[in-house]
Design a binder for this molecule. Structure first.
Ligand code: NAD
Length: 501
């Protein structure tokens, strides 16, 4: 695409806050500038929400919830609107993928193959739930009573999302919340607000009524904190880091809003000696360095059985060095820049920490070029289990390798992390695979595969990876509240005096 066309595309993204179905500037006139991580240059200047704007957005969501403009539609009407959102995402997929690449830095091929289809899938899948929010009847021990539940939306939902998969994060949160009849205030990351703003326009086009979804990009300390602490937000879904999560949990105490926390990870990837080596190798490279390693489930701790460790490590280094690094729109690029200079510096500092702790840097660790926020994909060896790089989430392209002997040792070391989000196990031994999956303390285990996501499959962590489940049937539970209704069926004139049975 010519640079003039590209400028026109970026210029066509909404630049304002989306509140109550209308586009407006922040009350204070505040703006934020998003950068293109591949060049480090400004991409777009957009309105930055502050407390007053979040107040306005929550008030709009509250009105939209209370007056029933969303829940008052029939389940089938809501279902069709959400399905239509999925279709509109597909219609605009090329533009959205390009904007995602410019704003986030990820390879365009990944944006097209992963981000766009998954974002649409969340709307297609969750649209089906609108017509299936059933209550139940309970066999209570009170004679001649009928007790049943109504499954009701929780109300106004706040959603705070990160920058690594901006459109997927917006879609995977909005779709189930809306399917259940809630209204939403979504705060995208200040680093990557553009595709969420485009999505807001698509929601309106699909027929989501005014005020049902409000999108307020802004900084975490202002807009994010205002949403987390707002007394009229009934549920908050936070996806981000553990340090921020502590502030969010504290802020939520004001009105005891319910929380879903989708936090970081330190995924172990365990390769037994009988594994399909080529498949495991490919998955380790993709899992460690896809999205520049900026994944909550990225392969960060690669446990290799001692019989294959040496060969696997050599092949891993060779495959890592073959990755084509560059600007996401370039043909064949597999590895782009990190999100920001600050984040690149932080990730890079971990390579120094690893060296100081005695690790060997087998490849990577340095910046391949001056422009943009690039850092070469990095493989470490000789890392101890109690090293900082073994314990702390780096959230970048740094894979530490370790040797192990038997399954008990691999499981114990994999579990010796404060995080528990995802893990991957590679073996041809079915019994071993099941046993390891059962013993790992994580929310998701991929066996002989990696990074499988689907709107139908639950996603959530244990330990410091958070709590709650944001996707699929389990998310439906979280976005709804069962209300118990009791009826004494013996009180009407017509039935009074009839014998009980
Ligand atoms: P972050 O915690 O810095 O920010 C996340 C969001 O919180 C942003 O929108 C930010 O503006 C907002 N925020 C910042 N301070 C806030 C505050 N005081 N109150 C309220 N909101 C505030 O995280 P990040 O750097 O954007 O994302 C990286 C983290 O997200 C990593 O730890 C990663 O593992 C995690 N993550 C988890 C999942 C998952 O599904 N479990 C998915 C993606 C990313």
């Amino acid at each position: 695409m010519e640079s003039r066309e590209l400028d026109a595309l970026v210029a066509s993204v909404p630049r304002q806050l989306f509140i109550d179905g209308r586009w407006s500037d922040a009350a204070s006139g505040s703006h934020l500038t998003t950068l293109n991580p591949a060049t480090g240059r400004p991409l777009a200047e957009i309105a930055a929400a502050e407390t007053a704007d979040v107040e306005r957005a929550v008030a709009a969501a509250r009105r939209a919830f209370d007056d029933g403009r969303w829940t008052g539609l029939t389940p089938m009407q809501r279902s069709r609107i959400l399905w239509r959102v999925g279709e509109l995402i597909e219609r605009d997929a090329d533009q959205l993928a390009l904007i995602e690449t410019l704003d986030n830095g990820k390879p365009l091929s990944s944006a097209k193959k992963v981000d766009l289809p998954q974002a649409a899938q969340h709307f297609f899948y969750h649209s089906g739930w609108c017509t299936k929010l059933e209550g139940e009847t309970m066999p209570v021990s009170w004679p001649r009573h009928l007790a049943y539940t109504l499954r009701e939306p929780v109300g106004v939902v706040g959603q705070i999302i990160p920058w690594n998969y901006p459109l997927i994060m917006a879609a995977r949160n909005l779709a189930p919340a809306l399917a259940c009849g809630n209204t939403v205030v979504l705060k995208p990351s200040e680093e990557t607000p553009l595709t969420a703003l485009w999505l807001a326009r698509l929601l309106a086009e699909a027929g989501v009524p005014e005020g049902v979804v409000n999108v307020v990009p802004g900084y975490g300390r202002t807009a994010g904190a205002a949403l987390a602490g707002h007394p009229d937000v009934d549920r908050l879904v936070f996806t981000g880091g553990v340090v921020t999560a502590r502030d969010v949990v504290t802020a939520s105490a004001g009105n005891f809003k319910r929380l879903t926390l989708e936090l970081g990870g330190k995924a172990p990837f365990i390769v037994f000696a009988d594994a399909d080596m080529d498949a495991a190798l490919q998955a380790a490279v993709r899992g460690g360095f896809g999205n520049q390693g900026q994944n909550c489930c990225a392969v960060t701790r690669l446990y290799l059985h001692k019989d294959i460790a040496r060969e696997f490590r050599e092949k891993l280094v060779a495959a890592t060095e073959r990755l084509k690094i560059g600007e996401g729109r370039e043909e064949g690029v597999e590895f782009g820049p990190l999100i920001s200079a600050r984040h690149r510096d932080r990730v890079e500092s971990y390579v120094g920490i690893a060296r100081d702790e005695g690790a060997a840097v087998l490849t990577g660790g340095e910046r391949p070029q001056a422009d943009g926020f690039f850092l070469k994909p990095t493989v470490l060896a000789g890392v101890t289990d109690d090293a900082r790089v073994s314990k702390e989430e780096i959230f970048g392209p740094v894979v530490a390798t370790y040797d192990f002997d038997g399954p008990g040792e691999a499981i114990a070391r994999a579990n010796s992390s404060p995080y528990g989000l995802a893990a991957s196990v590679w073996t041809q031994d079915l019994s071993l695979a099941h046993e390891v999956a059962r013993r790992l303390r994580v929310g998701c285990v991929w066996t002989n595969c990696f990074s499988r996501f689907d709107a139908a499959a639950p996603w959530g962590g244990v330990k410091q990876s958070g709590y709650g489940t944001g996707i699929g049937r389990h998310a439906i539970e979280e976005y709804t509240q069962p209300k118990a209704v009791w009826i004494d069926t013996a009180t009407g004139d017509a039935v009074r005096g009839l014998p009980a049975f």
